[in-house]
Design a protein around this ligand. Structure first.
Ligand SMILES: NC(=O)c1ccc[n+]([C@@H]2O[C@H](COP(=O)([O-])OP(=O)(O)OC[C@H]3O[C@@H](n4cnc5c(N)ncnc54)[C@H](OP(=O)(O)O)[C@@H]3O)[C@@H](O)[C@H]2O)c1
Length: 306
């Protein structure tokens, strides 16, 4: 496709995400025509790295010089920024890059005739140039309709990413769930470290032992899928081990048994999708639910006393 048939891209915000996206789109042949930011210096720094790209002090000048405007500002500023921008009646789009904020925040642009959408790369941007290479192979979650959806899909491919599509309004659930593959995976490790500390193991030794096991689990999940990668007593139908571990953790107090029980519930769901004997799964499920009702009741009673 010739450059003239590609949409002109503009960026409001020149932070970690904008630096990677603007440079990558430009390298992929898209005309990145305009950048503005809170401080003129960061807009100028980014624009100076992109051919034929102007730095502006007023975000409205970006809207005037682009077909698709990426609002790459902190989430708390998306709504207020969207309110200040004026769009032509046809042919423009305003897009934000947040995973958690609703696309509906951009409604003021839609009310003027612009298309609106979400373009959320599932990647943690460092702000370094290395992001441009590292983002390849990641996914970008797109919430948009019609022609804008097609354009955003093509832009995801230009980043060498996989486009993922979610329905309108699905952003908050999508983002809440994604925590399980990032910060909540760290929280699971933190629970293990805390329990091992009672055995005298230091955090550094624990992580040295745990991280290779986690990497192996992720590799197996990538190659064979989640049910086949499940290991541990639930996967084998070892009811006795699960019962003893639940009892041990209940004895420690706090929410250790509740966390183990809730995650074991999910493990039972995976075991049901593999060759674990159904009778053993039923017994484990019963033990998990009984323990959960004790530990969750105990937690609720503790909360009402406070
Ligand atoms: N970082 C990530 O890993 C990541 C991943 C996926 C999605 N996102 C999303 O990408 C968006 C941007 O995040 P980020 O990490 O790139 O943030 P960031 O590094 O903090 O950069 C924010 C940029 O916005 C500018 N800015 C702040 N308030 C502004 C305003 N009112 N008007 C114009 N410009 C303003 C800042 O200006 P100055 O340069 O002058 O400070 C800065 O250039 C957010 O919606 C975030 O949720 C981020």
């Amino acid at each position: 496709m010739s450059q003239s048939s590609l949409p002109r891209l503009g960026f409001i915000g020149a932070g970690r995400l904008a630096r990677c996206l603007a440079l990558s789109f430009s390298r992929a042949g898209y005309p990145v025509t305009a950048v503005a930011s809170r401080s003129p210096a960061s807009a100028a720094r980014l624009a100076s790295q992109i051919e034929h790209c102007a730095a502006f002090e007023n975000p409205q000048q970006v809207v005037d010089a682009a077909d698709i405007v990426f609002l790459a500002v902190p989430d708390d500023s998306i709504g207020t920024s969207a309110h200040t921008l004026r769009f032509r009646p046809h042919g423009q789009a305003l897009v934000h890059c947040s995973g958690a904020s609703p696309v509906e925040l951009l409604a003021p642009a839609r009310d003027q005739g612009a298309s609106i959408g979400g373009f959320h790369p599932l990647y943690l941007f460092s702000g370094d140039l290395a992001d441009i290479e590292r983002i390849a192979g990641c996914s970008v979650t797109i919430e948009a309709d019609g022609a804008l959806k097609e354009q955003l899909m093509a832009l995801a491919v230009a980043l060498r990413c996989h486009p993922l599509s979610i329905p309108a309004g699905g952003r908050m659930l999508y983002h809440a769930a994604a925590h399980y593959a990032a910060s909540f995976a760290l929280c699971s490790l933190a629970e293990c470290v805390a329990l091992w500390r009672t055995l005298g193991l230091a955090e550094g030794d624990a992580l040295r032992a745990l991280l290779p096991m986690l990497s192996g689990t992720i590799e197996t999940a990538r190659d064979k899928g989640l049910p086949a990668a499940l290991a541990g007593p639930v996967s084998r139908g070892d009811t006795g081990v699960v019962e003893k571990q639940l009892a041990l953790l209940e004895g420690l107090g706090g929410d250790h048994a509740a966390l183990y029980g809730l995650l074991s519930r999910r493990a039972v769901g995976l075991a049901e999708r593999r060759a674990t004997p159904p009778a053993a799964i039923d017994m484990i499920s019963e033990a998990v639910e009984e323990s959960l009702s004790r530990s969750l009741n105990q937690a609720a009673a503790g909360a009402s006393v406070k």
